[in-house]
Design a binder for this molecule. Sequence first.
Ligand code: A3P
Length: 324
Amino acid sequence: LLQVPPETMAKKYFDLYPDELDPVWLNPCLDKRHLEIWSTEKNCNQLPDFVVVGPQKTGTTALYWYLNMHPDVKSNLPSATTFEEVQFFSGKNYFKGLDWYMSYFPIPENNTILFEKSATYFDQAVVAKRLNALLPKKPVIAILLDPAKRAYSWYQHMRSHDDNTALQHSFYEVITAKREGSPQALISLQHRCLDPGFYAVHLDNWLEHLSAKQIIIVDGDTLKDNPVRAMQDLQEHLGFKSTIDYSKLLKYEKKKGFYCQILKSGKTKCLGKSKGRQYPEMDDQSMNYLRHYYSDANRKLLQMLQSINKPIPLWVLEQVNSQH
Ligand code: A3P
């Protein structure tokens, strides 16, 4: 029998099992052996009961804000670098471990429902497996907005962040740039505009790791135009013991063009300038291009939603019917 130091042993182990180099965090409270060696000062309830996964530019901040208006619901604490998003499951933060993630959540009281929102989760393939390992059976919420509108909103987002590529190129140039021969920055912007909108592809990945029951679809148009209805449906889907009437909390503000919060004083408070931006409508050429570009993807989305018995956003039906 050969005795070797732990480091040598570890090296040998990971040479044999390279797939295990990346950790996968599990909930210690769901395994008796883990629980026995876990500190008594730690609390397994300091983890989200559901997660809003995005994608970006579909109204995720509005949903986060609306959810926080519910007296029983509490979000993660803000991050110094990524603001309201912890972005644990998607990037380098995952390697900071479970304590790091849990430190972003308050210790819940009896009725408290905790949640997290990171809009970057939806289209990053690694997230579904990690999320379900730590939070098995917990609901995941995806907001689906017409991918053409989502792409344009992302482009406008980058322009207002003074992104040179977005400032130098029209939207049409960005979405139609040839992947071969175009500058890297232009291709990268094109990917960020277009790729998240292949909703069926991303949902397929989620369904590999989560049951269809866990996935809740919110229609981005309803969330924007009729948030009272969207929040009523969502509260029911999430099985909240006490549901609140958002018609008492939200009011359409003509000046902002979106729903805003009714304050106790009677005044309204809207999301900041970076949400619900003012910009020209998308040009017809880009819209037509994107209609064609996403036609297969939207058809697949319709089939997928039907096959897993999910409500179909009106825009999906409209897009698919207009193809006939
Ligand atoms: P625009 O600014 O392009 O209009 P996210 O929070 O995921 O980044 O999404 C931003 C989008 O949320 C906004 O995109 C806007 O259309 C939408 N939205 C939905 N409800 C809103 C609200 N009540 N206030 C502001 N924006 C809202």
